[in-house]
Design a binder for this molecule. Structure first.
Ligand SMILES: Nc1ncnc2c1ncn2[C@@H]1O[C@H](COP(=O)(O)OP(=O)(O)O)[C@@H](O)[C@H]1O
Ligand SMILES: [Mg+2]
Length: 266
């Protein structure tokens, strides 16, 4: 396995002293897709921002490719989709917002606009090109922010709650789109169904520590583990969903018609 990024015993504390990450050791293979899950306050967002080089660990080391990362310079190999798109979408026109990363890289203006337009089309939001980001819905803003994160062709794409605020169609489009990408992908989310579809590997965080790291298929079926850490088995893996009661069972049918979820032995 080629470790594209490696964290070794990384600790992080916020300036007010809140310890958000403890002894995080994590190796992510090139081109892999990893879901980072855990309850509120587990440290998911902090982990992404440390990975991106936006926060400096107080202890431990980070290697990107062969070399240890030093100093505080922004690491342009990483793009982050922030949890709150308002932290990301800043220009008064969508196209300029998406082109911003390219302008920072001193890309020629005409080319920057062309690439930004292409990215809007790829994500299926070309109709938003001339809109004012502040007047978009939360989901639309998130898609604009995603276009901005991808347009610089980063090697690592770090997504913080990418599906939050998206309607089912936009969520589906994003999942299919991300599946087709070659970037190394790390997704922090509460949306376990998204992780099931997108990420073969899952890292479970709680209170700033990695409490499980393994195959998504196994972690997502481990009810006691998930419950201990504030999560639950995704709906699509639950038994009553996989083995529905026969539809001609009158008890089931009544519940079904009334939209009441059926429970065994009820
Ligand atoms: N700017 C901050 N200053 C102080 N503490 C913070 C700050 N941001 C987050 N934290 C704390 O760090 C811990 C991890 O937070 P976070 O990484 O946002 O968790 P998650 O994304 O899993 O919900 C929590 O205890 C949170 O309260
Ligand atoms: Mg978070």
């Amino acid at each position: 396995m080629t470790a594209a990024v490696l964290l070794e015993a990384v600790d992080y504390s916020y300036p007010d002293g809140t310890r958000a990450l403890h002894e995080i050791t994590l190796s992510v293979a090139k081109g892999s897709r990893v879901g980072v899950v855990g309850p509120n306050g587990a440290g998911k967002t902090t982990l992404l921002l440390v990975l991106a080089g936006l926060y400096q660990p107080i202890r431990g080391r980070i290697f990107v490719g062969e070399s240890s990362r030093e100093g505080t310079a922004v690491d342009s190999r990483f793009s982050v989709l922030f949890q709150d798109p308002d932290d990301q979408v800043i220009f008064p026109r969508v196209l300029d917002d998406v082109a911003f990363g390219l302008r920072i890289e001193r890309c020629e203006e005409e080319r920057a606009q062309r690439k930004a337009r292409e990215m809007l089309r790829t994500i299926g939001i070309e109709a938003l090109e001339h809109r004012h980001p502040a007047r978009l819905s939360g989901g639309e803003k998130r898609l604009v922010a995603l276009a901005g994160a991808l347009v610089t062709a980063p090697r690592f794409l770090l997504l913080d709650e990418p599906s939050s605020g998206l309607d089912p169609r936009a969520r589906r489009r994003i999942i299919e789109f991300l599946r087709s990408r070659k970037e190394t992908l790390i997704v922090a989310t509460h949306d376990l169904e998204l992780v099931l579809e997108l990420c073969p590997r899952t890292v479970l965080l709680d209170e700033g520590r990695i409490v499980a790291d393994g195959a998504t298929s196994e972690i997502m079926q481990n009810g006691p583990l998930l419950t201990r850490h504030g999560l639950e088995i995704p709906y699509s893996l639950r038994r009553e969903h996989i083995h529905p009661i026969m539809p001609d069972d009158p008890h089931h049918r009544r519940h079904h018609e009334e939209g009441i979820p059926h429970t065994h032995g009820a």
